[in-house]
Design a protein around this ligand. Structure first.
Ligand code: NAG
Ligand code: NAG
Ligand code: NAG
Ligand code: NAG
Ligand code: NAG
Ligand code: NAG
Ligand code: NAG
Length: 650
């Protein structure tokens, strides 16, 4: 069925409803099912996060989900994506969640809404805005009055906006989740969950089906489920389905069986192998659940991309990469996979699958190599980058103190003593959050890294300029360490001395790149020679034109940075995310065609943090048609397996 046809069928349905009883959706406890417009109903759903997909592709991805046989989708609403500073809301462009909901409805998909306030999701700070940390000792996800006040204000904005989209009000939203896996959090604050229940009810009304989701174990359900919210569970392929639903039955003696997150794949971390989950095991467990009459949401059906700085991290500190491909049935770029068709075959046994063509995989184009030119070092470009000017203080301040949420901050001081022999520069309390690119008088001296490298040696005379460009690599999104302050969060020592008298530059790199400021200036002086292994953070620029005479360009592509080390990349001012091929597993970054221009040359800006491969030969970046997400170079495999494995969630 075409989207237009789907739309008109839906219109007919809506008309039919308007003649009879109003639309209704509820939990039918007596018959262990959901009930929609009076009839028994079961959903087969897939997760899609609009915040990880460019708006122009929402329709394509939703149609592919519809054509797979799904009758519903599930999405999170990341609070920090919509309220980047207190009271400043953004619901436009890629953040237009209402348009997303409308599209889902037009295509014929119901919606399971997960508005948080906490969402986990491998998203920065689990979706909570970093400005909540303005109160230094705030207890997030609890009855802390400052936290509650912020939640009340946000939900007071969001939920009234969602209300018209509830099923009973003529919209697609059938159920609404409150919080997320709260039973996995240490606080176990029932008053908080009661407060949220009342808050959601007061904005959405008495009729809507509210639910919770927790790991399928009694220990999770203990603090996660609460009177008045329907308790559901999550578990992955290979689980004992009977045992998992027994856990749900412990919390809900009656009502529909629901797996709210059935894992089709799994997340990645920098430095760990790419997660791969076989289609066969996904199909087997999906079939078992559907055979029991259970409701299932597949997490993820399409993972998408952590553009910009939106990735989260796990603890002990391990950040997630830019790609959120998740080894899902639809790839990061929305491509159809074998897993997609295997899942479709399983669904076919339980539900009539829509007829008609499945939207094809969008074509990719290899634009080839682009020569990159050195622009300026980050410290040469401070006039263009530091919009608000420096802040001085005796001891270092955090990103939060400096009112910067994401990206990079330059911390500058002087060596207080002569360091003619290698002298340890150290963060004794492991307070470099998360990576510091260190230089002395403009010469790269080493890299400090949270949980990994807390000391390096430096040399230099008293009075030499010591620079640390500190990168926020993504806030912890899971567990008890989500109050994740960034920057230098404790003092640094040099030998026996505590360093002081800092000058800190908040850096508006995205704005500067977007406004073309870095391109307009001439490269600075050549600067001091660098050790072979390392250079201070430096910008590079290059451009390419979309070739003439080839039909249907521009098309999607992937950017690859062979022999580059680590950094951030923008195209035409759009922040594609981080690259780190020296660690892996991700090597290519997804470049949606929507950010490319046929009218003027396309501008590629790279901030290379460790050293670009630009001498003696000129350096290039490369646009290819094939993604590479599975090339792990430096492996932390054991560590991650121990800390955060699928077994944790069974
Ligand atoms: C709102 O978000 C959109 C999509 O990310 C962006 O293009 C736009 O610039 C933002 N608006 C403001 C005022 O920040
Ligand atoms: C699955 O769990 C059920 C209920 O706990 C148990 O009876 C059954 O033996 C388990 N099956 C397998 C294969 O372990
Ligand atoms: C540091 O060393 C230089 C010579 O390299 C010397 O002139 C200066 O006095 C020394 N300063 C201190 C504080 O020791
Ligand atoms: C620092 O230098 C000292 C003396 O050369 C050496 O013993 C030590 O291993 C070095 N430390 C680091 C972290 O490189
Ligand atoms: C740095 O050390 C000083 C003096 O001991 C202390 O007052 C200050 O709180 C410390 N700052 C941080 C960020 O740890
Ligand atoms: C690339 O940068 C040039 C020079 O600043 C500008 O004229 C051009 O419009 C930019 N291209 C795009 C697609 O934004
Ligand atoms: C990476 O994925 C590709 C494509 O699926 C596959 O051909 C290749 O063997 C994989 N490489 C590794 C190291 O797993």
């Amino acid at each position: 069925m075409s989207p237009v046809q789907a739309g008109s069928v839906l219109l007919l349905l809506l008309c039919a409803q308007s003649l009879g009883a109003p639309p209704s959706f509820s939990v039918d406890y007596k018959n262990d099912c959901f009930r929609k417009d009076g009839k028994q109903f079961r959903y087969i759903s897939g997760s899609i996060h609009y915040s990880r997909i460019p708006r122009v592709y929402w329709k394509d991805r939703l149609l592919k989900m519809y054509m797979a046989g799904l009758n519903a989708i599930q999405t999170y609403i990341p609070w920090n994506y919509h309220e980047e500073s207190p009271g400043q809301y953004n619901f436009s462009g890629d953040r237009d969640v209402e348009y997303f909901l409308q599209l889902a409805q037009d295509i014929g998909l119901l919606v399971i809404l997960r508005p948080g306030p906490y969402i986990c999701a491998e998203w920065d700070m689990g979706g909570l805005p970093a400005w909540l940390l303005n109160k230094k000792d705030i207890v997030l996800r609890s009855s802390d009055p400052d936290y509650i006040a912020a939640v009340d204000t946000w939900m007071g904005k969001l939920l009234p906006m969602m209300k018209p989209y509830l099923y009973q009000n003529g919209g697609p939203i059938i159920t609404v989740q409150v919080e997320n896996e709260y039973g996995s959090y240490f606080a176990c604050d029932y008053n908080y969950m009661r407060h949220l229940t009342k808050l959601f009810r007061s904005h959405l009304g008495e009729e809507v089906a509210l639910f919770t989701t927790d790991g399928a174990g009694l220990n999770y359900l203990k603090c996660g489920s609460i009177q008045g919210l329907y308790a559901t569970v999550d578990f992955g392929p290979g689980s004992n389905v009977t045992a998992a639903f027994d856990a749900q039955r412990h919390a809900e003696r009656q009502g529909p069986l629901v797996n709210s997150e059935f894992y089709t794949g799994w997340l990645d971390h920098w430095g760990s192998p790419h997660s791969v989950v076989s289609s066969a095991i996904v199909a087997k467990t999906l079939n078992e659940m559907l055979a029991l009459g259970a409701n299932v949401n597949m997490y993820m059906f399409i993972g998408g991309t952590n553009f910009g700085y939106w990735n989260g991290a796990n603890s002990p500190y391990s950040p997630q990469p830019t790609s959120y491909d998740y080894n899902s049935p639809l790839t990061e770029a929305g491509d159809l996979t074998e897993k997609y068709f295997v899942i479709r075959e399983v669904i076919k046994m339980y539900r009539k699958i829509p007829e008609g063509p499945i939207p094809p995989t969008t074509p990719k184009y290899a634009y080839g190599a682009v020569t990159m030119k050195k622009l300026q070092t980050l410290s040469d470009a401070l006039d263009e980058l530091s919009f608000s000017g420096p802040v001085k203080s005796l001891y270092p301040q955090t990103f939060t103190d400096l009112k910067q949420a994401f990206g990079y901050v330059l911390y500058r001081t002087k060596l207080p003593v002569n360091c003619s022999t290698p002298t340890p520069l150290s963060s004794p309390l492991n307070g470099v959050h998360d990576r510091a690119y260190v230089s002395v008088d403009g010469v790269a001296a080493g890299i400090l890294e949270r949980d990994k490298v807390i000391t390096i040696n430096v040399t230099g005379n008293a009075g030499s300029q010591l620079d640390l460009v500190v990168e926020n690599l993504g806030r912890i999104n899971y567990g008890k360490y989500i109050n994740d302050f960034k920057g230098l969060v404790s003092n640094l020592t040099l030998g026996k001395d505590t360093l002081n008298s800092w000058t800190m530059y908040s850096l508006s790199i995205d704005e500067a790149v977007d406004q073309g400021l870095l391109w307009e200036t001439k490269p600075g002086p050549t600067g001091p020679p660098q050790p072979a292994a390392l250079s201070p953070p430096t910008f590079y620029g290059g451009s390419f034109v979309i070739p003439d005479g080839i039909p249907d360009l521009p098309q999607d592509t992937y950017i690859k940075l062979p022999k580059w080390r680590k950094g951030q990349v923008w195209i035409n001012g759009f922040n594609l995310g981080r690259y780190w091929p020296t660690r892996g597993p991700q090597v290519t970054l997804f470049v949606p065609a929507s950010i490319l221009s046929t009218a003027t040359p396309n501008n590629v800006t790279v901030l290379e943090l460790e050293g670009a491969p630009c001498s003696p030969a000129p350096c290039t970046v490369e646009f290819t048609a094939t993604p590479i997400l599975n090339a792990t170079v430096q492996s932390d495999y054991k560590q991650h397996r121990r800390i955060f494995s699928r077994v944790d969630l069974l």
